[in-house]
Write a protein that binds this ligand. Structure first.
Ligand code: DGJ
Length: 775
């Protein structure tokens, strides 16, 4: 809800308020962002400046110093010396500007942009504050959209050049938030390929903290999500602010702390290599930034983000729609496949309960390695004699849906596309372009390139029944020079606008196709991509122990329904770690489940196990994809717990994951969150079984006959027997569950027993709780 009284603006959500006021000079002073506040005389929140500060600049005689005010948006050159959200070369060549309040309007719903995605929602409300510069005919709009149901406010800014001369925008942040905080800390996600989304928590010194991507994409190096909190905030307690950006390109977040205890946050397009020429009569709009605040710790903020994404970012077609269990051939075959191989994998997948088969890279042109073919999207008839259409029909006839991989933004020099259109690639005239994964980046600033992509992808989607597209993008950008822009400082942002035009056209043309964003895994996990593609391949790293970090990191900002997670082979491709099949599934089940391994290599027992996994996942799928997700503050670094709770609080699943086994490990207590205290729940372990191989030569102690651990008999026995373990069941009230279940002891050299928790290194268990219907 948005209200304005006596020059004070109050934006309220279910449990938060955002307040600012118009100062006598026309600047906007932020008064509050936090708990819900009733209307009252807000003077108690005004900043008091009744004792001058030495060398400060007064905005005007007898007035205040801007440097010591929490401001809604700041302007350069008038005495505010903190980070500036806007740097603009004015018509007079100076960098000084000064925008003041002129008017405002309140609109129902959101205010969508044509060129970039915005959050959706009829019940939203939008406040537009109009400002104008004192000297030149430049207009500015600060736009606030409120989504009361999930405690989110979005922000963006617009500049309109009504003067008769061009201006150069060198930096233009989507939002500014000035707060008063004593000991601020930030939490961000950093990383790289196969090590995405590692959370980093830092205490802020006086000075600036900068989190920025300069790779051309939102990047695996620095995700745009950011949390800001006081130092004592935990997963469940304390005031925590959350920020994110609907943008898939270079971005910047800055948090600056001053020695007066003021903290400034900016988010927006990175000013790195950015210069936007705004001609007379033109308008520039920033991407939309997302803000939220919770008094209930980091889980509280994550819940706001999760609801916001599921309700207001994901396209209507896929909102709360259960995502299919898929099988992807990539790690099973890489480029080495033919139709027979694909069909045999699909048949096996179908038997195990998979719903969608995805054909990954290598199906087109001369694409037999990553050195050639990108750009030539016609099927390779040597591999696929009946083409994509024929293959799709055969897979559909098995009762499976069919999905296809593309990497439309890229080109190999060894491709017909490049031979015919070398000008389509980003490259600086006269310089040899640098490659990544042997490929160049297409210049999406060019309309003809956008149209080529739309045409190629549409052609395939129209030609047969393809219900899913994996949209890959496998390199960071270099040699960014475009023949299609007035100024090279426009090329990075122009690329993203081009990409959004392509995505918008395709998703409107094929609204029922489920698009999955991928960029060598999670190199472009952001709200911009999610606006068009409801799920993202979270990482090429499917090792469950690595995935615990990755999926937990992502969960700070993104719901489980957006994280594609696969069960793959062990030892793992990227870490050589050997992990139990059970744990690979348990981790992947906290996300959108898929399989990506040579299914024909599984033994009978493993196949049975996978079949049970998929059946279990389908039963609890809505809970695992859309349930309320909880993280836990670590009691011991070695253990990770994840929990989901259904909206009606009748069902819950908690995962317990152990990294390395400790000898004689301490007792494990499993507290549950988010349940009702007074109701009774039956909580039991998901049926679990272990490979007898885990015991190695120890088997000789429990077997009546002596068998060699690597011998034929045991190798064969593995195919037919697995040992049940870890059987626990309780019927208890929610209050006890929130206190914590004291679990069975773990194995400690005591021999095999089915109710011992035989977890070992990388072991795990799922506890499933269901509310008992009271008679
Ligand atoms: C990178 C992706 O992350 C992988 O899953 C796979 O699709 C390869 N590209 C194919 O080249």
């Amino acid at each position: 809800m948005i209200e304005v009284r006596q020059k004070v603006f109050r934006i309220s959500t279910k449990s938060t308020s955002y307040l600012f006021r118009i100062l006598p000079t026309g600047h906007l002073e932020n008064l509050h962002y936090g708990r819900l506040l009733a209307w009252q005389d807000f003077q108690g929140l005004y900043m008091k400046q009744n004792a001058g500060v030495g060398s400060s600049v007064l905005y005007e005689e007898g007035g205040y110093t801007l440097d010591l005010l929490p401001l809604e948006y700041s302007f350069n050159g008038k005495g505010d010396f903190r980070e500036m959200p806007l740097e603009i070369k004015m018509p007079d060549g100076s960098y000084v500007c000064d925008f003041q309040y002129e008017s405002h309007e309140i609109l129902e719903g959101t205010l969508p942009m044509e060129e970039m995605p915005t959050a959706k929602g009829e019940e939203a409300e939008t406040l537009v504050v109009h400002l104008s510069d004192r000297l030149f005919l430049l207009k500015m709009m600060l736009i606030y959209t409120v989504f009361p149901d999930c405690d989110v406010i979005t922000r963006r800014a617009v500049i309109e050049n009504r003067s008769d001369q061009p201006v150069e925008i060198l930096k233009f942040m989507s939002m500014q938030l000035d707060l008063l905080m004593d000991h601020p800390e930030v939490l961000t996600l950093s990383g790289g390929w196969i090590r995405e989304a590692k959370k980093e928590r830092h205490r802020l010194p006086v000075g600036s903290f900068l989190q920025e991507s300069r790779t051309g994409g939102s990047s695996n190096r620095h995700n745009p999500g950011l949390l800001l909190m006081e130092k004592n905030a935990t997963e469940d307690f304390g005031k925590v602010y959350g920020f994110n950006l609907l943008y898939s390109g270079n971005h910047r977040s800055v948090v600056e702390k001053t020695s007066h205890g003021l903290v400034r946050v900016h988010q927006g397009v990175s000013p790195h290599n950015f210069c936007w020429m705004l001609e007379s009569g033109e308008t520039f709009r920033t991407p939309e930034a997302v803000m939220t605040v919770s008094m209930e710790g980091m889980n509280g903020v994550s819940h706001h983000f999760h609801d916001f994404i599921n309700r207001h970012i994901i396209s209507r077609e896929f909102q709360y729609k259960e995502r299919p269990v898929l099988m992807n051939n990539w790690e099973a075959t890489f480029f080495d496949f033919n139709e027979r191989k694909i069909l045999s994998l699909a048949r096996e997948a179908k038997k195990l309960g998979v719903e969608l088969f995805v054909l990954d890279d290598g199906w087109f042109g001369e694409r037999n390695s990553d050195k050639a073919g990108l750009g030539d999207y016609w099927e390779n008839r040597k591999k696929l004699p009946s083409g994509i259409k024929g293959l799709a029909e055969k897979i559909n006839a098995m009762g499976l849906r069919f999905g296809l991989w593309f990497e439309p933004e890229m080109v190999n020099e060894d491709s017909d596309l490049y031979r015919n259109h070398p000008e389509y690639a980003l490259r600086v005239p006269g310089r040899t372009p640098s490659k990544g994964r042997n490929q160049l980046v297409l210049d999406l600033n060019r309309k003809e390139v956008q149209d080529y992509i739309i045409k190629e992808v549409s052609h395939l989607l129209e030609s047969c029944d393809i219900s899913y597209v994996k949209w890959d993008m496998n390199r960071h950008m270099s040699d960014v020079y475009s023949g299609a822009v007035n100024h090279q400082g426009m090329a990075f942002h122009g690329y993203i606008l081009g990409l959004y035009r392509v995505m918008k056209t395709l998703t409107e043309r094929f609204p029922k196709v489920l698009f999955e964003s991928c960029s060598s895994g999670g190199n472009r996990f952001d709200l911009g991509m999610l606006s068009y593609m409801p799920q993202v391949w979270a990482s090429d790293n499917t090792d469950p122990i690595s995935r615990l970090t990755i999926q937990e990191g992502l969960s700070y900002f993104y719901p489980l329904s957006t994280m594609e997670a696969h069960v793959s082979e062990s030892p793992h491709q990227q870490t050589l770690r050997k992990t139990p099949l059970e744990t690979r599934f348990h981790v992947a089940s906290f996300g959108v489940l898929g399989y990506e391994l040579e299914l024909t290599h599984l033994n009978l027992k493993e196949k049975e196990e996978v079949k049970k996994q998929i059946a279990w996942y389908k039963k609890y799928r809505s809970l695992m994809q859309f349930g309320r997700f909880y993280r836990f503050d670590r009691v011991r670094e070695n253990r990770v717990n994840f929990q989901v709770v259904s909206e009606d609080r009748k069902q819950t699943v908690q995962g317990f994951f152990q990294k390395m086994q400790e000898p004689s490990p301490p007792f494990d207590v499993m507290p549950f969150k988010g349940l009702t205290n007074e109701n009774t729940y039956v909580v039991r372990t998901r049926e679990a079984s272990m490979d007898i191989e885990a015991f190695g030569s120890l088997l000789k102690h429990v077997m009546p006959i002596k068998l060699s651990p690597g011998g034929l008999i045991l190798r064969n026995a593995r195919k037919f027997y697995r040992l049940p373990h870890n059987v626990e069941e309780y019927t208890v009230k929610g209050d006890l569950l929130s206190e914590g279940l004291r679990l069975h002891q773990q194995f400690m050299g005591t021999g095999y027993q089915k109710d011992t928790r035989m977890l070992g290194d990388f072991g795990s268990q799922l506890m499933v709780g269901e509310m008992k219907e009271e008679r």
